[in-house]
Ligand binder design. Structure first.
Ligand SMILES: *Cc1c(COP(=O)(O)O)cnc(C)c1O
Length: 375
């Protein structure tokens, strides 16, 4: 195997793997499971600072995004899709799929959405049922100011769907204070559980919008309404992936125990970027990066593929390239969740320095040394 320093999935703690191996009962029938599921949902909501109900869904993070759109969108609904990144833009597909009319608010991918410019736009255009926005858009690593954006949208009565899959538990998130109607998370990013689970919290306003639909939700698996009374009725719409949930419960316990995690992510991210810039590499973003991932332009004359392959074959470390409009243009260093620790990040940077030097880009410093001095 290799050291997995990608922006999700991340490396997983041994206790999480062990928890997934626990003996299990029938999650459809066993009332104890329903209690455990409910307790875990309450933990999630607590970590996200919300009184809203949380639901864990049996599927990878994308399921949360699609379920939010499927459950809110009725044919003809206008939806504002805030697009300053690949995941941001991708929401338009989910909106269209369920008959909605997405309107893209597209701005430069090299920086966060400018809240003042959005404010100006909204003065003229605010006839939307809901808006979608990504907190950390992982392909570029940009971090949007959802603390300002969501309350602004709410002023116009626009519900908000936030994709926080790649920021949750590594960046501060306060769902109630920031008036986020539906927030989407996944198990395999900063939570550092294996891929396989998605989760959402749903506000009263969002629930009311779903309950007030004139047309049924055009999906069974993506219908959040189906979860609404699970606890009262002790009933789930489908058999819950109980072993995944046991693993996630342990991962949530570890996150809760780790009070310094947000500051640690910030410190590590800042030191990585110092090292990268001192080496003479250029960051994709002008400013406004999340502390979970560092995105670097592929130096001229090199390819992402050659860098990734050399890193994996020679040093046993996996970093990521990118896809869509950023395919081939950037490489991405993950330092989220379990991977946000000095030792692993230092090893990754040592290997990257040697890799680039070998492939013909001569680094202006040993990135490991600079990283260790800066953090
Ligand atoms: C990882 C991620 C998801 C989940 O998508 P996959 O590509 O299937 O892992 C959704 N949104 C963001 C911002 C992510 O980083």
């Amino acid at each position: 195997m290799y050291k997995m320093m990608t922006p999700g999935p991340t490396m997983v703690a041994p206790s999480v793997l062990q928890a997934r191996g626990r003996e299990f009962g029938n999650p459809d029938i066993d009332a104890d499971f329903c209690e455990e599921y409910h307790a875990l949902c309450l933990e999630l909501a607590g970590l996200l600072h919300t009184k809203n109900e949380a639901y864990i869904l049996g599927g990878e993070g994308i399921l949360a995004l699609e379920a939010a759109c499927a459950s809110l969108t009725e044919p003809g609904d206008k939806v504002l899709v805030i697009d300053n990144g690949i995941f941001g833009k991708g929401f338009a597909d989910f909106v269209s799929l369920y008959g909605g009319k997405p309107e893209l608010y597209t701005v430069d991918y090299h920086r966060p959405v400018d809240r003042k410019m959005l404010e100006v736009f909204l003065k003229e255009h605010h006839d939307y049922k809901y808006a979608t926005v990504v907190h950390c858009d992982t392909p570029s690593g940009v971090l949007n100011e959802i603390d300002a954006i969501c309350p602004l949208l709410k002023q116009y009565g626009i519900l908000t769907v936030v994709d926080a899959v790649a920021s949750m538990f590594a960046e501060e998130i306060r769902v109630d204070d920031w008036q986020i109607d539906i927030i989407c998370g996944g198990s395999q990013k900063a939570l550092s559980a294996p891929p396989g689970l998605a989760f959402v919290t749903v506000s009263d306003d969002a629930m009311a919008a779903m309950e007030g639909r004139k047309t049924p939700v055009a999906s069974f698996y993506c219908n959040l309404l189906a979860f609404r009374n699970y606890y009262r009725d002790k009933w789930f719409p489908y058999t819950m992936p109980i072993s995944d949930i046991y693993g996630m419960a342990e991962a949530v316990r570890l996150v809760k125990e780790d009070a310094g995690r947000i500051q640690r992510h910030q410190k590590i991210a800042a030191a990585v970027r110092k090292a990268v810039e001192r080496a003479g590499l250029s960051l994709y973003l002008d400013y406004g990066s999340a502390s979970t991932v560092t995105v670097i332009n592929v130096p001229e004359g090199l390819t992402d593929k050659a860098i990734l392959e050399h890193m994996r074959k020679e040093y046993g470390i996996l970093i990521a390239g990118c896809f869509d409009v950023l395919a081939g243009k950037v490489i991405r260093l993950g330092h989220m969740g379990n991977n946000a620790n000095t030792e692993d990040v230092a090893q990754m940077l040592a290997a990257l320095t040697k890799t680039l030097n070998t492939l013909g880009f001569s680094c202006g410093c040993d990135m490991e040394t600079v990283f260790l001095a800066e953090r």
